[in-house]
Ligand binder design. Structure first.
Ligand code: TXA
Ligand code: MG
Length: 351
């Protein structure tokens, strides 16, 4: 079963009865070929995926992979996801692939799901941070797909941001943060999902959720026909930087408050002369700017909120606010990834 089975119109793609607009940005084939040639030459290419922009390098070239860590300022022991063009490439990168992995790949690739599996011998240590596992994903974005096909191999790519900062969801975000250090930047417009992929480990038997993300836990459980375990950051044997508490933090400190406390706190800070940005969620027409307080009305639907969250945080960081106050999101299934990212961002110790 392919999630793209109904995607036959150029501008519209129907996935599970949901109409999603496909990015209208296209990139001429000669640019895709130039990007693939750069990857072959051991350089980096930033490219859009449906979740966030990735900073890519040839996954089989240790020297190229090291450049990613240098550009991001990321500790070398944090493993990278290898992006592949199709599920059929899985056996080149992983071994002892369990049946559950094939089922999830068939159901959700291309899409926002990363599988952690036992690595094959061809995967360099630089990609896995020395671990015996590898993260793999088939992205669902026409530019990523074209690049992967033109290149032919696997592309190791973390999110294209400095380590610990908010992931980029537009080419401008990548340009602002990484600038000329990237070999080439492919502009695919804003990312459709805007939150990173869901990461599930199947490397040690049971399915374990390492990071909630663009694919719901419910969808995974329905496909596997059982509950998946939640990784405990401290107890986990694996190292996923997404599990660090300080990850995904904007430079501006962020606090989370329920609707009724949001404004009281905002006025308290504004009185002290602080510049406050509010991420408002409840729809009561009370998103009004006042002295020192700027209100950003966030979408009420989880998938739209997810798509806008990082872009809003980037905007706020640019505008030099002193505080971000986010209204507590709902705690239902579809808000799990958003709650996770906001909670981590708020845990930065500034507040
Ligand atoms: O949506 C996404 O996943 C984006 C796009 C570009 O594909 N990528 C992304 O990569 O978010 P990154 O590196 O920013 O986050 C990937 C997470 C990290 O927390 C990393 O530690 C974890 O995946 N990871 C990668 N390989 C792993 C492995 N073998 N075992 C455990 N965690 C792994
Ligand atoms: Mg990241």
């Amino acid at each position: 079963m392919s999630r793209r089975r109904n995607c036959d119109k150029p501008t519209e793609c129907r996935i599970e009865n949901k109409t999603l607009s496909v990015n209208p940005h296209t990139i001429p084939n000669d640019q895709i070929q130039a990007a693939a040639a750069l990857l072959r030459a051991g350089e980096t290419v930033a490219f859009p995926t449906e979740t966030v922009y990735g900073l890519g390098a040839d996954a089989s070239n240790p020297l190229a992979v090291r450049k990613i860590f240098e550009i991001k300022g990321r500790p070398v022991y944090h493993p990278l996801i290898v992006h592949i063009a199709a599920t059929s490439q899985l056996p080149a990168w992983a071994r002892n692939i369990p049946d559950a992995a094939w089922r999830l790949a068939d159901a959700f690739w291309p899409g926002p799901l990363t599988l952690i599996l036992q690595r094959s011998s061809q995967v360099p240590n630089e990609v896995t941070g020395g671990q015996d596992t590898v993260g793999l994903r088939v992205p669902d974005h026409p530019i990523a797909t074209a690049l992967l096909h033109a290149f032919g191999g696997g592309i190791a790519a973390p999110s294209a941001n400095r380590f610990g900062q908010v992931s980029p969801t537009t080419a401008q975000h990548v340009h602002d943060k990484l600038g000329s250090r990237v070999g080439m930047l492919l502009d695919g417009g804003p990312c459709r999902i805007g939150v990173e992929s869901t990461i599930v480990s199947l490397a040690h038997g049971e399915a374990v959720l390492l990071r909630p993300g663009g694919l719901s836990i419910e969808a995974i459980e329905n496909t596997l026909n059982k509950k998946i375990l939640l990784a405990q950051a401290t107890a986990s044997k694996v190292r996923a930087s997404g599990l660090l508490d300080l990850h995904y933090a904007p430079t501006t400190p962020i606090e989370i408050h329920p609707a009724d406390e949001l404004w009281r706190r905002a006025h308290q800070l504004a009185k002290l002369g602080h510049k406050v940005a509010i991420l408002k969620l409840s729809d009561d027409n009370k998103c009004i700017n006042s002295n020192g307080i700027t209100c950003f009305q966030m979408p009420l639907l989880a998938d739209e909120y997810g798509r806008d969250l990082y872009a809003t945080l980037h905007r706020i960081d640019h505008a030099s606010f002193d505080h971000i106050l986010a209204e507590t999101p709902p705690v239902t299934q579809e808000w799990v990834a958003i709650n996770d990212r906001i909670r981590r961002a708020a845990h930065s110790g500034h507040s």
